[in-house]
Design a protein. Structure first.
Length: 263
């Protein structure tokens, strides 16, 4: 029996996962469990054990702006021919106030300043309903991706002591950044605790520099593309979420939500 440490990094379009096994037998169990759960593993490296990584893509993901913008444009196109006639009438005009986190970005992308009050109210209600539809789709997609990881962890826990490490991102939504308002950290913690056996340990770690340090040499990572980072010291390329997942798996636990037990 061996110990397996799993680090999970949650991002909007995908999950980064790292498995660190202390023995060769446990590493073989990681391969079998991930194959059964539908998690496609990448290359292995040696970091305090045999470290195997994976990127689990969400089955459906689009940014909220890309999801809503075509719908808003289609709605406004019905009234564009009448806007000039509206300006000659004595109508009430006002700014559009969308009740979504991306309200400012959506207004700037669509270049919306003022609309007739009735059109603005109708558009606000439509965007609110589209926001609920988007959230339902994203929640389902996120649950499917996390479910694959939880199934792999559950299969591993039958013969190994497993500890899952997550970032402690409590309070991150207080920042005034639109995309952080949709961050799924709380949902990730609840799913991992609820979809894995009681014998699987769950711990929170410090999130500082998990996406900025190279897991091998601890050098700084430089952005090459949005998803690809390059270490300025050793030159190794990392997937953004894979590097974060490995650093999470290597980090010291700050808070233990559930203590791991032997199967």
């Amino acid at each position: 029996m061996s110990a397996v440490v799993t680090g999970v990094d949650s991002n909007l379009p995908c999950l980064g996962v790292a498995f660190i096994a202390g023995e060769v037998g446990a590493a073989a169990e990681v391969l079998k469990a991930c194959s059964s759960a539908g998690v496609e593993l990448g290359d292995s490296i040696y970091l305090r054990g045999i470290c195997t990584v994976a990127v689990v893509e969400l089955p459906w993901y689009r940014s909220f702006i890309d999801f809503v913008e075509p719908r808003v444009k289609a709605y406004l196109s019905r009234y564009l021919g009448d806007f000039k006639r509206f300006k000659g009438l004595d109508l009430e005009w006002r700014k559009v106030n969308f009740a979504v986190p991306e309200a400012g970005l959506l207004r700037s992308r669509l270049r919306l300043c003022r609309l007739p009050a009735t059109v603005a109210e109708d558009l606000e209600c439509l965007v609110l309903s589209w926001n609920r539809e988007y959230q339902r789709r994203y929640n389902w997609s996120f649950k499917v991706a996390v479910g694959k990881v939880c199934r792999a962890v559950s299969l591993l826990s039958r013969k190994n002591v497993v500890l899952v490490k997550l970032e402690n991102l409590r309070g991150i939504k207080r920042r005034n950044i639109a995309y952080l308002k949709r961050w799924s950290w709380t949902r990730l913690v609840k799913l991992v605790l609820g979809c894995t056996p009681e014998r699987v340990g769950v711990a929170l770690v410090d999130p500082s520099y998990t996406s900025s340090r190279c897991p091998i040499c601890r050098g700084w990572l430089k952005r090459k593309t949005y998803r690809v980072l390059v270490c300025v010291d050793c030159g190794k390329e990392w997937h953004r979420d894979v590097a974060a997942a490995v650093n999470i798996a290597l980090a010291e636990p700050r808070r233990m939500l559930r203590t791991p037990r032997s199967p």
